[in-house]
Ligand binder design. Sequence first.
Ligand code: PLP
Length: 426
Amino acid sequence: MQKLINAIDLEFDQQHVWHPYTSTLNPLPCYPVESADGVYLQLEDGRKIIDGMSSWWSTIHGYNHPALNQAAKAQIDKMSHVMFGGITHQPAVDLCKKLVDMTPAPLQHVFLADSGSVAVEVSLKMALQYWHAKGERRPKFLTIKHGYHGDTFAAMSVTDPNNSMHSLYKGFLPEHIFALSPECRFDEEWREDDISDFKQKLESNQNDIAAVIIEPIVQGAGGMRIYHPIFLKRVRELCDQAGILLIADEIATGFGRTGKLFACEHAGISPDIMCVGKALTGGYMTLSATLTTKHVADTVCGGEAGCFMHGPTFMGNPLACAVANASLELLQQGLWQQQVANIEKQLAQELPEIGKLEKVKDVRWLGAIGVVELYEPVDMVQIQKDFVDNGVWIRPFGTLVYIMPPFIIKPQELSRLTSAMLLTLQ
Ligand SMILES: *Cc1c(COP(=O)(O)O)cnc(C)c1O
């Protein structure tokens, strides 16, 4: 009886609650989760399922982690929030210190923000203000197809035009420049012509381009593509030659996911501006950061405005910073390197078997990311149910069935994810 009284009102949910990318006319079923611990989600009906998604790349240390819980509890008794204008506090200073230490050396200034999309907005505004301060009008950004940078307007304007339905917002959305995405895979032999479309687009728009924005090595929500490090290296070289800023969107790839602390390290490059988010708080709450060099920061602030024109209400939220500090301290202990390497090794053993299935076009993996690409889009309702019935949480989109589990996942738990994929996709 108790259970019934406390049950989540799914009818209300269907009728009134908007979920990500869903219709109010035909809402897809949602699975009520009661609690979560380690790699497990506890469903309301009593089933415990293994989370293969890390709640969209974020819960790298697993749910209900004692150190992260402790950090939140200790901070909440001091202060949950205080404005960041004219005020500073220990959690924010500690966090920015860690971020400056962990990211490539030239990145020295940290702007804290609320979510990944806002970090991207901030990065684009920084680039525009940079050129404005130098007395140049540079209204364009150059990026590559199949990218994803968020759902707010400026972020959407540099996200793949087809995936994010730019056609819906025509006349309202700024139009930027999209080069072909790399075809050369991560561990293939590099082919120099893979960069030619990008090079040509950069050269022919050179004086209009404020910055290049790109997801380093792994393109996430725009297609789960894993590309060759030399592509990124060439992008850096071309930006340097043309004096154009490079923004690395590490929101999905940052904090160990690809096997390096930041994916830029695969190419040995450092961007002028870097966005981080998602795993920053270990998946506990929303927080993001945009980092830049002293040169960019000082140029921006030396301009007409005299400062950077941005300041969210919840900027530097102490509670989020305290948890982020605990999460980064766990990363600094270094266990993640072996964990991610082990996950990658196991994916290399188990995914090729799935690659043999008739429906499967391609399998690929890097670090703690495993991707199965199908010929045809999945039936979401059916496949979601099949996965849950098989004891796992895997949420595909379109033709892509992919996993990016918490780093703490054990080998037998990871095998349950891959065998559920094998079984479901047969
Ligand atoms: C998720 C994501 C974003 C947007 O972050 P939100 O927190 O959802 O606003 C931006 N860029 C990349 C690469 C992402 O994966």
